[in-house]
Design a protein around this ligand. Structure first.
Ligand SMILES: [Zn+2]
Length: 219
């Protein structure tokens, strides 16, 4: 029998004798009463941009969906397999979350691949190529802009794709309906893994701005 890597087992030992003990009452109550997160967040698979870490979230606080480059595909009830849409459906319709947050990040490998005309498929299936074709028109426009540096193009497409994903959220009838009735808010944000900065999308202009963190009082 093969074993999990030692560092994982060591990490689990730390968890079960530390955080799990500290949070045991909360785990019990969440187990008995079910989860009631107010937020669903769609983030990238990137190991450097973990939403629970960035937002200092405890157990049961955020329903997290992660996919390559944090993309929301348009609503497409075509009988195919749609993991992100399935997670959104559960979060919005069953859990009745109040916020949907699309979080992108700097130095995103998926976005880099979308900008690279010479990107070669990593396997015969080319799942990344197919998935990233969701942002192909924007990627072509940004890649062709010779006024920007590579870094600027990368950041631009990371942010444009967040705006696209938020727009695609509204193609889901029940998401649009709940937003219009004021029961659901849609948000975008972008995390800079090199500085730790968080930039939040202004929902009126689409621009990304540094949030006012105030004096640390909770909301
Ligand atoms: Zn990424």
């Amino acid at each position: 029998m093969t074993h999990l890597p030692d560092h994982m087992l060591n990490g689990y030992r730390n968890f079960i004798t530390g955080r799990y003990v500290d949070d045991s009452a909360r785990y019990r109550s969440l187990a008995n009463e079910g989860q009631t997160p107010k937020v669903v967040i769609i983030a990238c698979c990137d190991s450097r941009a973990a939403p629970e870490v960035i937002f200092d979230a405890g157990i049961g606080e955020m329903f997290v969906v992660r996919n390559v480059a944090n993309l929301i595909p348009p609503y497409g009830p075509d009988g195919d397999f749609h993991s992100t849409s399935a997670a959104l459906e559960f979060a919005v319709q069953a859990l009745k979350v109040e916020h949907v947050v699309v979080m992108g990040h700097g130095r995103c490998g998926g976005i880099k691949a979308a900008l690279d005309a010479d990107f070669a498929p990593l396997s015969e299936g080319d799942f990344i190529g197919k998935w990233m074709s969701l942002v192909a028109p924007a990627a072509e426009a940004v890649a062709g802009n010779s006024l920007m540096t590579n870094g600027e193009r990368q950041t631009a497409l990371e942010r444009i794709s967040i705006r696209h994903s938020v727009a695609n959220l509204r193609s889901f009838p029940y998401i649009r309906a709940r937003e219009e009735s004021g029961e659901l808010s849609l948000h975008g944000c972008w995390f800079d893994i090199s500085t730790g900065e968080l930039w939040v999308m202004n929902t009126e202009t689409g621009d990304f701005e540094r949030p006012d963190l105030g004096n640390g009082s909770s909301d």
